[in-house]
Design a binder for this molecule. Sequence first.
Ligand code: SF4
Ligand code: SF4
Ligand code: SF4
Length: 288
Amino acid sequence: MSRPKLLSPSAIEQPTLAVWKFASCDGCQLSLLDCERELVAVARRVTIASFPEASSRVIEGPYDVSLVEGSISTPADLERIEEIRRQSGALITIGACATAGGIQALRNGASVGDFVSIVYARPDYISTLAKSTPIADHVEVDFELRGCPIDRTQLLEVITAFANGRPPHIPSTSVCTECKARSIPCVMVADGTPCLGPVTHAGCNALCPSYRRGCYGCFGPAESANTASLDGHLAELGLDARDRERLWRGFAGWAPEFRAAADRAGGTDGAAGSGRAGAPAAEGSELR
Ligand code: SF4
Ligand code: SF4
Ligand code: SF4
């Protein structure tokens, strides 16, 4: 991910904002709708040119800021994201699907053809890529906002920052710092519950530990995540290799750091199994 792209002074006067959807559940777009009162203020400040969850109206580009939800799963997705990149001043990916492949990337470690033949009555109608991959695997991304779904306060901060031509202030620390800030007892220490919080990006305000549940990493890897150390501790807590591999391969399991941890836990590191970090969908991987 490159440094945030700042808008020119003319664009800052009334920037255009476009929201785009790829393979996803729409939950991150709903986070923007959930902003309610703040959304009215945003709508006064920017021209919303495309927002599929709110309106079928699309204003022609170019766009100053594009928010992209979802992962790249089909050949048509590939063409569309390249066109959106061409039309966008700044391109921001939102959510685990767009930043780490999302839950649909669970298929990446197996044969997509096997899934298609089981799920669909007419597999020959399906046009898909072998892997479901993050947006940054295909085009340059200016900022990645993590979460499943994203946090509405962080989303507003990102939109406001880009609309005002300044870098967004999003903490890059781990969920553990949010536990400490809220004085939430550590579920790993107190209960021996496995928790990916030490290596997971902050932003949810320690939601799962606040309900005495372990974090399963939906905000993706924190900066400098020491996954090897945590994996060792998870083994000490009694998780066998299979359980640890499954824990790492969650909502953000295709993020390179978590993928490497899963491969290490499952003993497939160095094998072709889960693919090269950041690799685009393989040539010839389209099913039809
Ligand atoms: S990141 Fe989660 S909430 Fe957002 S679109 Fe993907 S599945 Fe839905
Ligand atoms: S509960 Fe999890 S996120 Fe919270 S302090 Fe303990 S390890 Fe960190
Ligand atoms: S605690 Fe972890 S799994 Fe739960 S919402 Fe936060 S980042 Fe996601």
